[in-house]
Design a protein around this ligand. Structure first.
Ligand SMILES: Cc1cc2nc3c(=O)[nH]c(=O)nc-3n(C[C@H](O)[C@H](O)[C@H](O)COP(=O)(O)OP(=O)(O)OC[C@H]3O[C@@H](n4cnc5c(N)ncnc54)[C@H](O)[C@@H]3O)c2cc1C
Length: 391
Protein backbone atom coordinates (compact mmCIF):
# COMPACT_ATOMS: atom_id res chain seq x y z
CA UNK A 1 0.00 0.00 0.00
CA UNK A 2 1.48 3.34 -0.95
CA UNK A 3 1.71 5.92 1.79
CA UNK A 4 1.15 9.66 1.53
CA UNK A 5 4.88 10.38 1.16
CA UNK A 6 5.17 7.79 -1.63
CA UNK A 7 2.38 9.54 -3.53
CA UNK A 8 3.94 12.97 -3.02
CA UNK A 9 7.37 11.71 -4.13
CA UNK A 10 5.75 10.21 -7.22
CA UNK A 11 4.02 13.54 -7.91
CA UNK A 12 7.36 15.35 -7.51
CA UNK A 13 9.07 12.91 -9.88
CA UNK A 14 6.28 13.41 -12.43
CA UNK A 15 6.52 17.19 -12.05
CA UNK A 16 10.24 16.97 -12.68
CA UNK A 17 9.88 14.82 -15.82
CA UNK A 18 6.87 16.61 -17.32
CA UNK A 19 7.37 20.22 -16.27
CA UNK A 20 10.95 21.00 -15.17
CA UNK A 21 13.28 18.96 -17.41
CA UNK A 22 11.68 19.80 -20.76
CA UNK A 23 11.42 23.51 -19.96
CA UNK A 24 14.30 24.61 -17.76
CA UNK A 25 16.50 25.91 -20.60
CA UNK A 26 13.59 27.92 -22.02
CA UNK A 27 12.88 29.32 -18.53
CA UNK A 28 16.50 30.44 -18.26
CA UNK A 29 16.41 31.98 -21.75
CA UNK A 30 13.22 33.86 -20.90
CA UNK A 31 14.51 34.95 -17.48
CA UNK A 32 11.03 34.82 -15.99
CA UNK A 33 9.80 32.76 -13.03
CA UNK A 34 7.60 29.98 -14.49
CA UNK A 35 4.44 30.78 -12.55
CA UNK A 36 2.39 28.26 -14.55
CA UNK A 37 4.85 25.57 -13.41
CA UNK A 38 4.66 26.54 -9.75
CA UNK A 39 0.84 26.60 -10.09
CA UNK A 40 1.10 23.00 -11.31
CA UNK A 41 3.39 22.17 -8.38
CA UNK A 42 0.64 23.56 -6.13
CA UNK A 43 -2.01 21.44 -7.82
CA UNK A 44 0.26 18.39 -7.33
CA UNK A 45 0.46 19.03 -3.56
CA UNK A 46 4.07 20.26 -3.55
CA UNK A 47 3.52 23.72 -2.04
CA UNK A 48 2.14 22.86 1.40
CA UNK A 49 4.29 19.89 2.32
CA UNK A 50 4.53 20.37 6.09
CA UNK A 51 1.41 22.47 6.66
CA UNK A 52 -1.46 20.73 8.45
CA UNK A 53 -4.44 19.34 6.55
CA UNK A 54 -6.82 21.87 8.15
CA UNK A 55 -5.05 24.60 6.15
CA UNK A 56 -4.88 22.56 2.96
CA UNK A 57 -1.37 21.18 3.50
CA UNK A 58 -0.01 17.64 3.28
CA UNK A 59 0.90 17.47 6.97
CA UNK A 60 4.14 15.59 6.26
CA UNK A 61 6.87 15.38 8.91
CA UNK A 62 9.97 17.35 7.88
CA UNK A 63 12.03 14.17 7.59
CA UNK A 64 9.65 12.90 4.88
CA UNK A 65 8.68 16.11 3.06
CA UNK A 66 12.28 17.21 2.54
CA UNK A 67 12.82 14.23 0.24
CA UNK A 68 10.65 15.99 -2.38
CA UNK A 69 13.59 18.27 -3.30
CA UNK A 70 15.71 15.30 -4.28
CA UNK A 71 13.13 14.59 -6.98
CA UNK A 72 12.80 18.23 -8.04
CA UNK A 73 16.58 18.72 -7.92
CA UNK A 74 16.99 16.16 -10.70
CA UNK A 75 15.32 18.77 -12.90
CA UNK A 76 16.71 22.00 -11.48
CA UNK A 77 18.29 22.95 -8.16
CA UNK A 78 17.19 26.60 -8.25
CA UNK A 79 13.54 25.66 -8.83
CA UNK A 80 13.76 23.09 -6.02
CA UNK A 81 15.36 25.73 -3.77
CA UNK A 82 12.63 28.33 -4.43
CA UNK A 83 9.85 25.83 -3.70
CA UNK A 84 11.67 24.71 -0.55
CA UNK A 85 11.74 28.29 0.76
CA UNK A 86 8.05 28.70 -0.07
CA UNK A 87 7.27 25.51 1.86
CA UNK A 88 9.26 26.67 4.88
CA UNK A 89 7.46 30.03 4.91
CA UNK A 90 4.12 28.24 4.56
CA UNK A 91 5.02 25.96 7.48
CA UNK A 92 5.98 28.99 9.59
CA UNK A 93 2.74 30.76 8.63
CA UNK A 94 0.59 27.80 9.72
CA UNK A 95 2.69 27.11 12.83
CA UNK A 96 3.31 30.61 14.17
CA UNK A 97 1.02 33.04 12.30
CA UNK A 98 -1.88 34.80 14.02
CA UNK A 99 -5.40 33.50 13.34
CA UNK A 100 -6.37 36.46 11.11
CA UNK A 101 -3.14 36.06 9.13
CA UNK A 102 -3.68 32.34 8.67
CA UNK A 103 -7.31 32.93 7.61
CA UNK A 104 -6.09 35.33 4.94
CA UNK A 105 -2.96 33.54 3.70
CA UNK A 106 -2.60 29.90 4.76
CA UNK A 107 -4.79 28.25 2.12
CA UNK A 108 -3.49 30.54 -0.60
CA UNK A 109 0.06 29.44 0.25
CA UNK A 110 -0.55 25.72 0.69
CA UNK A 111 -2.32 25.64 -2.69
CA UNK A 112 0.56 27.54 -4.35
CA UNK A 113 -1.85 30.23 -5.63
CA UNK A 114 0.29 32.69 -3.67
CA UNK A 115 4.04 32.31 -3.18
CA UNK A 116 6.09 33.22 -0.12
CA UNK A 117 9.77 33.83 0.53
CA UNK A 118 12.10 34.73 3.35
CA UNK A 119 14.02 38.04 3.63
CA UNK A 120 16.88 38.00 6.15
CA UNK A 121 20.05 38.96 4.26
CA UNK A 122 20.99 42.64 3.89
CA UNK A 123 23.75 44.23 1.81
CA UNK A 124 26.05 44.45 4.86
CA UNK A 125 24.85 41.27 6.58
CA UNK A 126 25.06 37.87 4.90
CA UNK A 127 26.96 35.40 7.06
CA UNK A 128 27.04 38.02 9.82
CA UNK A 129 23.25 38.07 10.14
CA UNK A 130 23.12 40.08 13.38
CA UNK A 131 24.52 43.25 11.76
CA UNK A 132 21.07 44.06 10.45
CA UNK A 133 19.45 47.47 10.04
CA UNK A 134 15.92 46.94 8.68
CA UNK A 135 13.93 48.59 11.39
CA UNK A 136 10.32 48.32 12.55
CA UNK A 137 8.80 51.09 14.65
CA UNK A 138 5.92 49.94 16.82
CA UNK A 139 3.19 52.51 16.30
CA UNK A 140 1.01 51.48 19.26
CA UNK A 141 -2.15 51.32 17.13
CA UNK A 142 -1.79 47.70 16.06
CA UNK A 143 0.61 48.47 13.21
CA UNK A 144 4.38 48.55 12.63
CA UNK A 145 6.19 50.87 10.22
CA UNK A 146 9.16 49.30 8.43
CA UNK A 147 12.14 50.98 6.76
CA UNK A 148 15.26 49.35 5.35
CA UNK A 149 16.70 47.15 2.63
CA UNK A 150 17.15 43.42 2.12
CA UNK A 151 19.57 41.80 -0.36
CA UNK A 152 19.61 38.58 -2.36
CA UNK A 153 15.85 38.18 -2.07
CA UNK A 154 14.75 35.14 -4.08
CA UNK A 155 11.45 35.29 -5.97
CA UNK A 156 11.94 39.06 -5.82
CA UNK A 157 8.82 40.87 -7.04
CA UNK A 158 7.32 37.45 -7.80
CA UNK A 159 6.41 36.08 -4.36
CA UNK A 160 3.25 37.57 -2.93
CA UNK A 161 4.51 37.80 0.65
CA UNK A 162 7.97 38.02 2.31
CA UNK A 163 8.65 36.78 5.84
CA UNK A 164 11.00 39.58 6.81
CA UNK A 165 13.36 39.75 9.77
CA UNK A 166 13.47 43.20 11.38
CA UNK A 167 15.00 44.98 14.34
CA UNK A 168 12.65 46.78 16.69
CA UNK A 169 15.19 49.00 18.50
CA UNK A 170 18.54 50.67 17.90
CA UNK A 171 20.31 48.33 20.32
CA UNK A 172 23.00 46.12 18.76
CA UNK A 173 22.52 42.34 18.83
CA UNK A 174 19.52 40.17 18.13
CA UNK A 175 17.39 40.37 21.28
CA UNK A 176 15.03 42.87 19.61
CA UNK A 177 14.59 41.00 16.33
CA UNK A 178 11.20 39.83 15.08
CA UNK A 179 9.77 38.36 11.88
CA UNK A 180 6.85 40.03 10.14
CA UNK A 181 5.17 39.12 6.85
CA UNK A 182 5.20 41.95 4.32
CA UNK A 183 2.96 41.66 1.25
CA UNK A 184 4.53 42.56 -2.08
CA UNK A 185 1.79 45.07 -2.81
CA UNK A 186 2.12 46.98 0.52
CA UNK A 187 2.65 50.68 -0.12
CA UNK A 188 6.35 51.58 0.09
CA UNK A 189 7.69 48.15 -1.02
CA UNK A 190 9.97 48.20 -4.08
CA UNK A 191 12.66 46.05 -5.68
CA UNK A 192 16.12 46.83 -7.08
CA UNK A 193 17.43 45.81 -10.50
CA UNK A 194 17.59 42.05 -11.10
CA UNK A 195 20.92 40.37 -10.31
CA UNK A 196 22.31 38.74 -13.46
CA UNK A 197 22.61 34.98 -12.79
CA UNK A 198 22.60 33.23 -16.20
CA UNK A 199 22.51 29.63 -14.91
CA UNK A 200 19.32 30.20 -12.90
CA UNK A 201 18.07 33.29 -14.64
CA UNK A 202 14.41 32.37 -14.18
CA UNK A 203 14.76 32.79 -10.40
CA UNK A 204 14.35 36.52 -9.83
CA UNK A 205 16.88 37.83 -7.30
CA UNK A 206 17.31 41.42 -6.23
CA UNK A 207 17.39 43.83 -3.33
CA UNK A 208 14.08 44.72 -1.70
CA UNK A 209 13.35 48.13 -0.17
CA UNK A 210 10.91 49.25 2.51
CA UNK A 211 10.02 52.94 2.71
CA UNK A 212 7.58 53.70 5.54
CA UNK A 213 5.76 50.41 4.95
CA UNK A 214 2.86 50.07 7.40
CA UNK A 215 1.94 46.48 8.29
CA UNK A 216 -0.68 45.15 10.73
CA UNK A 217 0.56 43.37 13.86
CA UNK A 218 -1.61 40.49 12.63
CA UNK A 219 1.30 39.78 10.26
CA UNK A 220 3.81 39.07 13.05
CA UNK A 221 5.16 35.55 12.58
CA UNK A 222 7.84 35.59 15.30
CA UNK A 223 7.54 38.07 18.16
CA UNK A 224 10.27 40.41 19.39
CA UNK A 225 13.15 38.36 20.80
CA UNK A 226 12.50 35.32 18.62
CA UNK A 227 13.26 36.73 15.16
CA UNK A 228 16.81 35.49 14.83
CA UNK A 229 16.40 32.22 16.70
CA UNK A 230 13.27 31.36 14.67
CA UNK A 231 15.06 32.28 11.44
CA UNK A 232 17.93 29.97 12.34
CA UNK A 233 15.44 27.14 12.85
CA UNK A 234 13.99 27.89 9.41
CA UNK A 235 17.51 27.93 7.98
CA UNK A 236 18.21 24.49 9.48
CA UNK A 237 15.24 23.17 7.49
CA UNK A 238 16.52 25.05 4.42
CA UNK A 239 19.98 23.48 4.81
CA UNK A 240 18.54 19.96 4.77
CA UNK A 241 16.28 20.89 1.84
CA UNK A 242 19.24 22.19 -0.17
CA UNK A 243 21.21 19.02 0.58
CA UNK A 244 18.22 17.00 -0.65
CA UNK A 245 18.05 19.04 -3.88
CA UNK A 246 21.80 18.56 -4.33
CA UNK A 247 21.33 14.78 -4.26
CA UNK A 248 18.97 15.16 -7.22
CA UNK A 249 21.60 17.29 -8.95
CA UNK A 250 24.35 14.70 -8.32
CA UNK A 251 22.13 11.91 -9.64
CA UNK A 252 21.33 13.93 -12.74
CA UNK A 253 25.03 14.66 -13.42
CA UNK A 254 25.96 11.01 -12.84
CA UNK A 255 23.25 9.70 -15.17
CA UNK A 256 24.26 12.16 -17.90
CA UNK A 257 27.87 11.00 -17.61
CA UNK A 258 26.96 7.30 -17.54
CA UNK A 259 24.63 7.60 -20.54
CA UNK A 260 27.35 9.36 -22.52
CA UNK A 261 30.35 7.32 -21.38
CA UNK A 262 28.60 4.03 -22.13
CA UNK A 263 28.23 5.10 -25.80
CA UNK A 264 31.37 7.16 -26.49
CA UNK A 265 33.66 4.92 -28.56
CA UNK A 266 37.38 4.94 -27.88
CA UNK A 267 40.37 2.57 -27.87
CA UNK A 268 38.30 -0.28 -29.29
CA UNK A 269 35.64 -0.03 -26.59
CA UNK A 270 33.68 2.72 -24.89
CA UNK A 271 34.71 5.43 -22.46
CA UNK A 272 33.04 3.65 -19.53
CA UNK A 273 35.31 0.61 -20.08
CA UNK A 274 38.27 2.69 -18.90
CA UNK A 275 39.06 1.94 -15.29
CA UNK A 276 40.05 5.56 -14.64
CA UNK A 277 36.58 6.72 -15.75
CA UNK A 278 34.91 4.06 -13.60
CA UNK A 279 36.89 5.27 -10.60
CA UNK A 280 35.92 8.89 -11.22
CA UNK A 281 32.24 8.03 -11.53
CA UNK A 282 32.53 5.55 -8.67
CA UNK A 283 33.56 8.42 -6.40
CA UNK A 284 30.51 10.40 -7.54
CA UNK A 285 28.29 7.38 -6.80
CA UNK A 286 29.84 7.01 -3.32
CA UNK A 287 29.31 10.72 -2.64
CA UNK A 288 25.69 10.36 -3.72
CA UNK A 289 25.03 7.43 -1.37
CA UNK A 290 26.75 9.20 1.54
CA UNK A 291 24.93 12.48 0.80
CA UNK A 292 21.52 10.79 0.77
CA UNK A 293 22.13 9.09 4.09
CA UNK A 294 23.42 12.32 5.60
CA UNK A 295 20.64 14.68 4.52
CA UNK A 296 17.94 12.19 5.51
CA UNK A 297 19.50 11.68 8.95
CA UNK A 298 19.78 15.47 9.31
CA UNK A 299 16.16 16.00 8.26
CA UNK A 300 15.03 13.40 10.80
CA UNK A 301 17.07 15.16 13.52
CA UNK A 302 15.37 18.56 12.98
CA UNK A 303 13.64 19.68 16.15
CA UNK A 304 15.96 17.60 18.35
CA UNK A 305 19.03 18.97 20.19
CA UNK A 306 21.23 17.62 17.35
CA UNK A 307 19.13 19.23 14.61
CA UNK A 308 21.32 22.28 13.94
CA UNK A 309 24.63 20.49 13.87
CA UNK A 310 23.24 17.69 11.70
CA UNK A 311 21.85 20.28 9.27
CA UNK A 312 25.31 21.90 9.25
CA UNK A 313 26.96 18.55 8.47
CA UNK A 314 24.54 18.05 5.56
CA UNK A 315 24.95 21.61 4.22
CA UNK A 316 28.73 21.60 4.50
CA UNK A 317 29.15 18.18 2.88
CA UNK A 318 26.46 17.67 0.24
CA UNK A 319 26.69 20.87 -1.88
CA UNK A 320 30.48 20.42 -1.99
CA UNK A 321 29.90 16.83 -3.18
CA UNK A 322 27.55 18.28 -5.83
CA UNK A 323 30.26 20.69 -7.04
CA UNK A 324 32.71 17.77 -7.29
CA UNK A 325 30.09 15.67 -9.12
CA UNK A 326 29.20 18.37 -11.65
CA UNK A 327 32.89 19.06 -12.42
CA UNK A 328 33.84 15.38 -12.60
CA UNK A 329 30.93 14.50 -14.87
CA UNK A 330 31.78 17.43 -17.17
CA UNK A 331 35.32 16.05 -17.40
CA UNK A 332 34.05 12.57 -18.26
CA UNK A 333 32.25 13.94 -21.32
CA UNK A 334 35.41 15.68 -22.54
CA UNK A 335 34.61 18.60 -24.86
CA UNK A 336 30.96 17.54 -25.06
CA UNK A 337 30.65 18.24 -21.34
CA UNK A 338 30.85 21.93 -22.14
CA UNK A 339 27.90 21.87 -24.54
CA UNK A 340 24.67 23.39 -23.29
CA UNK A 341 22.58 20.42 -24.40
CA UNK A 342 24.12 18.15 -21.74
CA UNK A 343 23.31 20.64 -18.98
CA UNK A 344 26.49 19.98 -16.98
CA UNK A 345 27.74 23.55 -17.10
CA UNK A 346 24.37 24.62 -15.62
CA UNK A 347 24.77 21.99 -12.88
CA UNK A 348 28.29 23.28 -12.05
CA UNK A 349 26.99 26.81 -11.60
CA UNK A 350 23.93 25.63 -9.66
CA UNK A 351 25.96 23.49 -7.28
CA UNK A 352 28.26 26.44 -6.56
CA UNK A 353 25.21 28.60 -5.83
CA UNK A 354 23.88 25.94 -3.46
CA UNK A 355 27.19 26.04 -1.53
CA UNK A 356 26.50 29.70 -0.73
CA UNK A 357 22.80 30.14 -0.09
CA UNK A 358 21.33 29.61 3.40
CA UNK A 359 24.72 29.51 5.08
CA UNK A 360 27.95 28.97 3.17
CA UNK A 361 30.04 25.81 3.52
CA UNK A 362 32.38 27.77 5.80
CA UNK A 363 29.60 29.05 8.08
CA UNK A 364 28.35 25.49 8.49
CA UNK A 365 31.86 24.42 9.44
CA UNK A 366 31.76 27.17 12.08
CA UNK A 367 28.56 25.58 13.49
CA UNK A 368 30.25 22.16 13.51
CA UNK A 369 33.39 23.63 15.08
CA UNK A 370 31.38 25.14 17.95
CA UNK A 371 29.67 21.80 18.57
CA UNK A 372 33.10 20.12 18.68
CA UNK A 373 34.36 22.69 21.21
CA UNK A 374 31.32 21.94 23.38
CA UNK A 375 31.95 18.22 23.08
CA UNK A 376 35.64 18.68 23.98
CA UNK A 377 34.58 20.41 27.21
CA UNK A 378 32.46 17.40 28.19
CA UNK A 379 35.36 14.92 27.78
CA UNK A 380 37.44 13.75 30.74
CA UNK A 381 40.70 15.69 31.02
CA UNK A 382 43.51 14.04 29.15
CA UNK A 383 47.17 14.11 30.07
CA UNK A 384 49.28 16.31 27.82
CA UNK A 385 53.04 16.75 27.96
CA UNK A 386 54.43 19.04 30.66
CA UNK A 387 54.44 22.67 29.49
CA UNK A 388 51.90 22.08 26.69
CA UNK A 389 48.82 23.29 28.61
CA UNK A 390 47.69 24.82 31.91
CA UNK A 391 49.72 23.43 34.81
C1 LIG B 1 20.95 32.38 -5.23
C2 LIG B 1 20.82 32.97 -3.86
C3 LIG B 1 19.56 33.13 -3.31
C4 LIG B 1 19.42 33.71 -2.04
N1 LIG B 1 18.16 33.89 -1.53
C5 LIG B 1 18.02 34.50 -0.33
C6 LIG B 1 16.71 34.79 0.18
O1 LIG B 1 15.69 34.49 -0.46
N2 LIG B 1 16.61 35.43 1.36
C7 LIG B 1 17.70 35.78 2.09
O2 LIG B 1 17.54 36.35 3.17
N3 LIG B 1 18.96 35.55 1.64
C8 LIG B 1 19.14 34.91 0.44
N4 LIG B 1 20.40 34.66 -0.05
C9 LIG B 1 21.57 35.15 0.71
C10 LIG B 1 22.48 34.06 1.22
O3 LIG B 1 21.92 33.38 2.29
C11 LIG B 1 23.84 34.74 1.52
O4 LIG B 1 24.41 35.00 0.25
C12 LIG B 1 24.75 33.87 2.34
O5 LIG B 1 24.29 33.81 3.67
C13 LIG B 1 26.20 34.41 2.34
O6 LIG B 1 26.23 35.76 2.61
P1 LIG B 1 27.09 36.74 1.67
O7 LIG B 1 26.72 36.45 0.25
O8 LIG B 1 26.88 38.12 2.16
O9 LIG B 1 28.59 36.30 1.86
P2 LIG B 1 29.55 36.85 3.02
O10 LIG B 1 28.87 36.74 4.33
O11 LIG B 1 30.08 38.17 2.59
O12 LIG B 1 30.73 35.77 2.97
C14 LIG B 1 31.87 35.92 2.09
C15 LIG B 1 32.80 34.73 2.32
O13 LIG B 1 33.29 34.74 3.66
C16 LIG B 1 33.12 33.45 4.22
N5 LIG B 1 32.96 33.54 5.66
C17 LIG B 1 32.04 34.25 6.34
N6 LIG B 1 32.19 34.07 7.66
C18 LIG B 1 33.22 33.21 7.81
C19 LIG B 1 33.86 32.62 8.95
N7 LIG B 1 33.47 32.88 10.20
N8 LIG B 1 34.92 31.79 8.73
C20 LIG B 1 35.32 31.51 7.47
N9 LIG B 1 34.76 32.04 6.37
C21 LIG B 1 33.72 32.87 6.54
C22 LIG B 1 31.89 32.90 3.53
O14 LIG B 1 31.83 31.50 3.64
C23 LIG B 1 32.11 33.37 2.11
O15 LIG B 1 32.97 32.48 1.47
C24 LIG B 1 20.57 34.10 -1.31
C25 LIG B 1 21.85 33.91 -1.87
C26 LIG B 1 21.98 33.36 -3.13
C27 LIG B 1 23.35 33.18 -3.71
Amino acid sequence: MSTKIDKILEAAQQHCEDVIKPNVDAWNDAGVWPRAASDMAGAAGLTGLYAPGEWGGQGLPLGEGIRVYEQLGKGDGAYAFALSMHNICTYATCGFGTEPFKEKWARQLTSGRKLANFALTEPQSGSDATTMYTRAVINGDGTWTINGAKAWVSLADEADIYLTVVKTSDKPGHQDMAMIAIPKDAEGVSFGPRYQTPSYNFLPLSEMYFKDVVVSEDNIILPIGQGLQGSLMAIDIARCSIASGCCGLIESALDTALAYASRRKMFGGVNLDLEGIQWMLGDVATDLEASRLLYRAAANALGTPDGSVMAAHAKSFVPDAAVRAANCCTQVLGGSGLLKEYGLDRLSRLSQMLRIVDGTTEINKVVIGRALQKRAKSLPQTTIPKGYGEE
